[in-house]
Design a protein around this ligand. Structure first.
Ligand SMILES: *Cc1c(COP(=O)(O)O)cnc(C)c1O
Length: 457
């Protein structure tokens, strides 16, 4: 059958950029579990969340019913600088694999921050500015979120204070300088600047830090400083809402050519890019209009979905944040120091956790050497140097395409290519020098972290 030739890149016009975010929760029969106040065990109210988060973002966080939320003009205009992002047909990868599968990727690395995180950073900075705040605090692990947030804050002339996981701070001095170029201040975490940082340092001298610990520090500074709020780059419902632009654009681009994906794949750290990419497709699935296979890919060294438990847990190590019900490894969990591929958060978005628990999506875990092998293959044939995080999705897209080669099925695969890997050359170097191993936590190790989960109900 003659098929309309699909262009290498499907670009949308500026006028096709979504004007509203899509709130997947509105179509979920089983809503994600509410955040709980660790003191009372009751759902967090807006009043309790407002000392930590901006008011408009609190509203979005708690809104389980409004399906579409207008994107304010200021955010929409900023989006126009780097969106719509291209949906690329991976013709060269298909050819290299010799697969009958049709592979597409949505590329979110076309901005200076190098990842999808800018989609939410600009929204969060905008609402902070609109509320008349002086600045925001946050944490960053690999550095992409901190970079995105510092860009967004400089655009709206807001102060930006970033706690950067110490190991990344030391390994990625260039990331740090990009953030400082955009005017942010960057502190390695754990630090002596906060009570919680001093406590963690006393208990674990020489620790190289973790996301959970940096979150605790950033929250403490936000709550104690007049005119500051805390912002988070993943996990939260509001972040998945902002990231729905990824999925909405992808759907518009596919619809233009009458393409219907069979499989949608995304890497999952805290779940924001995956939640955004799948949003409109999962919406169709929830409304019974269409079915898709949806696969979350996580590192074997930090397997929240595949080996975690669905339970209430702290979002941070210092236990200062509300409790979230999610697939979690326990808030004390820190991936092995030789884990180089990102996606190192112990928990997962409550929205995705509920969808996974309801059997609406799958999850799989991959070893980091397999991830870097896929990354290198992809770079060589498609030209883009992928972020290690994104390469988890590449790995599984390749594996699914190779299965099609065996069966002869012409499946259509869409995956999220969340960013570029220019600042991850230390990890690539380890891979090239064969110094990368695949440490996978044992059941006993995971059980020890799980035993420390808070007892709820
Ligand atoms: C942060 C990040 C991720 C993982 O975060 P999610 O919230 O799970 O999307 C994936 N890829 C890149 C490039 C990132 O910067």
């Amino acid at each position: 059958m003659a098929e309309t030739k699909i262009p290498y890149k499907i670009y949308l016009n500026e006028s096709e950029l979504p004007k509203q975010w899509y709130n997947l929760r509105a179509d979920m029969k089983n809503k994600p579990a509410p955040l709980l106040n660790p003191g009372t065990g009751k759902p967090m109210t807006a009043e309790e969340l407002e000392p930590v988060f901006c008011s408009e973002l609190v509203k979005q966080e708690l809104d389980n019913t409004t399906p579409f939320i207008d994107i304010p003009d200021e955010i929409y205009n900023f989006y126009k600088m780097y969106r719509p992002s291209p949906l690329v047909r991976a013709y060269f990868l298909e050819k290299k694999l010799g697969t009958p599968a049709k592979i597409y990727y949505k590329f979110e690395g076309n901005n200076t921050s190098g990842s999808h995180k800018l989609n939410s950073a600009i929204a969060q900075a905008y609402y902070a500015k609109k509320q008349g705040l002086k600045g925001v605090t946050t944490e960053t692990g690999a550095g992409q979120w901190g970079t995105a947030l510092s860009m967004a804050c400089s655009f709206f002339d807001l102060d930006c204070k970033v706690f950067m996981v110490k190991v990344s701070y030391e390994q990625k001095p260039f990331r740090r300088e990009v953030m400082r170029t955009y005017g942010a201040s960057v502190t390695p975490s754990p630090s002596t600047e906060t009570e919680v940082g001093r406590k963690i340092l006393a208990a674990h001298p020489g620790t190289t830090g973790s996301l959970g610990c940096a979150i605790s520090e950033a929250v403490e500074v936000a709550v104690k400083s007049e005119g500051y709020r805390y912002v988070l780059g993943s996990v939260l419902n509001q972040v998945l809402l902002h990231q729905s632009v990824i999925g909405l654009e992808t759907k518009t681009a596919l619809d233009k050519y009458g393409i219907v994906p069979d499989i949608i794949i995304g890497c999952a750290g805290g779940g924001s890019n995956l939640g955004g990419l799948i949003a409109p497709f999962m919406g169709e699935k929830l409304r019974g209009e269409r079915d898709y296979r949806i696969i979350a890919v996580e590192p074997a060294s930090c397997p929240s979905f595949t080996r975690g438990v669905y339970a209430y847990d702290f979002c941070d190590t210092g236990m200062v944040c509300p409790l979230a019900k999610m697939y979690t490894l326990g808030s004390d969990f820190i991936p092995s120091p030789n884990h180089a591929g990102g996606l190192r958060y112990h928990g997962m978005s409550s929205i995705l956790s509920q969808l996974y628990d309801d059997g609406l999506m799958e999850a799989t875990s991959v070893k980091q050497t397999d991830v870097f092998e896929a990354a290198e293959l992809f770079a060589r044939v498609e030209g883009i140097l992928p972020a290690p995080e994104s390469s988890h999705a590449i790995r599984v897209a390749i594996d699914e395409a190779l299965k099609c080669k065996e069966t002869g099925e012409e499946k259509t695969i869409v995956f999220g290519l969340t960013g570029t890997g220019y600042f991850d050359m230390v990890a690539y170097e380890k891979f090239h020098e064969h110094q990368m191993d695949d440490y996978i936590p044992t059941d006993d190790e995971l059980a020890a972290f799980r035993a420390k989960l808070p007892k709820i109900g």
